[in-house]
Design a protein around this ligand. Sequence first.
Ligand SMILES: C[S@@+](CC[C@H](N)C(=O)[O-])C[C@H]1O[C@@H](n2cnc3c(N)ncnc32)[C@H](O)[C@@H]1O
Length: 210
Amino acid sequence: MNAEILQPVFDSVPGMISMEEGLYLYELASKCTKGVIVEIGSNAGRSTICLAKGSKAGGQLGGVTVYSVDPHNGGGATPDPTWYDAGASGTPDKKYYINQGVGFNAFKERLNQHHVQDIVFPLVDYSELAYKKGWDRPVELLFIDADHRYNYVKMDLELWGKHLIPGATLLMHDSTYTGVRRVINEMVISNPRFTDIRETPIFTAKVVGV
Ligand SMILES: C[S@@+](CC[C@H](N)C(=O)[O-])C[C@H]1O[C@@H](n2cnc3c(N)ncnc32)[C@H](O)[C@@H]1O
C-alpha cells in the first residue's frame, strides 16, 4: 500500500535510498507527533519526500515539519577549509559553488511535484552552519545521511542529537561506512541514552524514555 504511494517518488527522484528504506522512513515519520523531523543530507530529495509523505499521512493537523539540511551545491562532501585559502588572493574556490542554485531549484521542484513543499523546511547550508544559526527545536526523528567521514558524522550527532526528545528515533544511513560505524560504536551502542538498537533496514536507535 505505502509502496504504491512511494513508487512515483522512486520513479522520478534520484537518490541513494532503497524502497525498503524509504518505506521505513515513511513509517517512522508517520508516527511523529511531539517533535520535528530533521534530515541531514537530502541530495535530490528522495528521502526527504518519503519522510514528508509519511509525516503528512500520520500526522494530526497535517503532520510535523521535516527540516532538510543540505547545501545543495552539487557536491558530496563538506569543503575542506584549505580550499578557501586556495590561490594567492585567498578567494574561495568558486567551482565548489557552481551547482548551488541548480541543485536547490531542482530540489524545490521535486518537493512541489510530490506536494510536500508545505511541510518541508529546507535549511540550505552545511550541517554545522545551519545548526549554529540558532537551532532550538525538539527533534523526534533524526536521519543522518550527509558527509560520511568520521568527524562530520560525529559533529552531526553531537549537535543535532542534543535535541532528541525522550522516545525519539535516531537513524544513520550507510552504517557500514567506516566513519559512520565508528560514530555508532563510540556514541550510540555503548551509550545508555540509547536503546532498541537495530541494524536494518537503516541503523536505528531509540532515545530512552517515553
Ligand atoms: C548520500 S547524499 C544524501 C542522500 C539522500 N538522503 C537520498 O535520499 O538520496 C549526501 C548529501 O549530503 C550533503 N552534504 C554533504 N556534506 C554535508 C554537510 N556537512 N552538511 C549537510 N549536508 C551535507 C550532500 O550535498 C549530499 O546531497
